[in-house]
Design a protein around this ligand. Sequence first.
Ligand code: PAF
Length: 286
Amino acid sequence: MEVVQTINAMQAYARALQQRGTQVAFVPTMGGLHEGHCSLIRLAKENADHVIASVFVNPTQFGPGEDLERYPRNLERDCELCGEAGADAVFAPSVADMYADGHTVYVVEETVGNILEGAFRPGHFRGVLTVVAKLFLAVQPQVAVFGRKDAQQLWLIQKMVRDLNFPIQIVAGPTVREADGLALSSRNAYLSSEHRRQATCLYRALQRAEDLFVAGERTAAILRTAMQELVSEEPDADMDYIEIVDMDRFSPIATIKDAALAVMAVRVGDTRLIDNWELSTGANKT
Ligand code: PAF
């Protein structure tokens, strides 16, 4: 498996694939790879001949005081896992190459980018959309795969692709969970064993919303309160937000018609976790 370390080399690699008519599926990551990422690589493999993953801890999507410095970094291990999952190449550029001196152009979505995660992490989505646009221009894939766990990110990337006419099909991969429901995340590595136990409150809260929904409850405030109560039972869990959003517009709603997404962010100790659950009568509930 090839490791490509500069934007120039990546673009040359992409051109060579295009000349051969090879379809490319791309899986962007920040490293700290786990089974969730590997499942996205396997899904990418089902969608194209050639799979490229990227490993880049993007500084512009971290706010002051966030975990940029302690974010897990182990390129060798990440490359090994990418290869085992079926990636043909890894793009691992440096920060200096991605953000050359004097970089001042960013991609900003002006509505959904400012609520929920965007409100609690100002500038986060500006960093995400900018780096994803830059990665797309380096890798030039026909397909790109993102996880549903980062639901607001997924929505914003789909919107960016539509609004800026990137010729890329976005494929969404299901959230992978531990046996007790905790969604896999590189940040789970920060949790002490006691906080790991408390962290299941996110999944339990989402399941409480699901149970109420299945029993016929459609009022967002009632679902939110039930979820909040469950989170507040854990001594070290502090909620940033719990919201019920419309799936098409990603905006909070008061009453669910057919389907909605329950989204939440909770700090367990000093580890911030997000998760979501589709409330619908359909089958795709991960
Ligand atoms: O989801 C992530 O890991 C990151 O936000 C992404 C999409 C790789 C951009 O840095």
